[in-house]
Design a protein around this ligand. Structure first.
Ligand code: F6P
Length: 323
């Protein structure tokens, strides 16, 4: 069957760059002559038929906005086969041939369910947690990391002024990626993640040593999924008299908002276009993702004598999406 139309939805926790991905999907699909539909409020909106046709102008001015103009919802009921079948009838009834589902691991499960029922679906990973299997980075992670760093840089200012240690709790659900990356990039004394147990005693050692080395502050980053959460850790550290006073900052949903970074916008454009192109080729039941190369060593002979050219694939994408 040749594809004549597709729908797009965003689901799960919102992530900066979801709008850029929606725009990329819509414009790439329109550019290939498809009719495009937007589904409001994720799988819940799908089950309730909240579907409208989208044109190029409907996704104008959203590239730089956080959140998702299609809105999102958590909808555990979509795990039920009757709900899935009803959604499928609705999609087919509206003459929709395929779906692009943008979101995290739960979204991929919803997408898989529709694929298994014979409906063409491609997933696009977007979640600040970076816990979606099959991609090095999901859309939204880079922006969330930058939000965390901005906050920690500010906390460091006040921490130094008062000779304090700050315990900063990040989101990430059961995954330590956000905490770990922000720990490295903010120069934290210690980072607690769910994947690697650490005791309050170990944190105390790191803080005590920082104090002894003459540091005027200390930063401890704690993932929300770590077995020792920020407030519990503070209670234990307070009792140990380590030379610093402790304060807790729980960053919370501020990490999910804000203008997407250049990296997230680019990733959204690449994955959005790729999703449409996969569907046009007749593929279904896949998620488009990014697998970056490792850190490598390049001969200076080459680095000093050759030039890196821009990837002209971006030129093609820029033309396609500027409609
Ligand atoms: O999956 C994104 C995320 O922000 C997690 O990091 C967090 O645990 C969860 O969503 C919070 O969910 P809600 O916004 O439904 O409270």
């Amino acid at each position: 069957m040749s594809l004549k139309s597709l729908a797009v939805l965003t689901a799960g926790g919102d992530a900066p760059g979801m709008n850029a991905a929606v725009r990329a999907v819509v414009r790439a699909a329109l550019g290939s002559g498809l009719k495009v539909y937007g589904i409001q409020r994720a799988f819940e909106g799908l089950a309730q038929g909240e579907i409208r046709e989208l044109g190029a102008r409907d996704v104008g001015g959203i590239l730089q906005r956080g959140g998702t103009v299609l809105q999102t919802a958590r909808y555990p009921d979509f795990a039920g086969i009757e709900v899935q079948q009803a959604a499928l009838r609705l999609l087919r009834g509206r003459g929709i041939d395929a779906l692009v589902a943008i979101g995290g691991d739960g979204t991929m499960r919803g997408a898989l369910a529709l694929h298994k029922l014979g409906f063409p679906v491609v997933g696009v990973p977007a979640s600040i947690d970076n816990d979606v299997y099959g991609t090095d980075m999901a859309i939204g992670v880079d922006t969330a990391l930058n939000t965390i760093l901005e906050a920690i840089d500010k906390l460091r200012d006040t921490a130094s002024s008062h000779r304090r240690a700050f315990i900063v709790e990040t989101m990430g659900r059961h995954c330590g990626h956000l905490a770990l990356m922000s720990g490295i990039t903010s120069g934290a004394e210690m980072t607690l993640i769910p994947e690697q147990e650490a005791s309050a005693q170990e944190v105390a050692e790191a803080v005590r040593s920082a104090h002894e080395r003459g540091k005027t502050h200390a930063i401890i980053v704690v993932a929300e999924g770590a077995s020792l959460r920020a407030n519990a850790l503070k209670e234990q550290l307070d009792a140990m008299r380590l030379g610093f006073g402790f304060r807790v900052t729980i960053l919370g949903h501020v990490q999910r908002g804000g203008r997407p970074s250049a990296w997230d916008r680019l990733l959204a454009a690449r994955l959005g276009v790729a999703a449409v192109e996969r569907l046009l080729k007749g593929e279904s039941g896949v998620m488009v993702g990014l697998r970056a190369p490792l850190v490598v060593a390049v001969p200076l002979e080459e680095a000093g004598t050759r030039q890196r050219a821009p990837d002209l694939e971006y030129y093609r994408m820029a033309r396609m999406l500027a409609k």
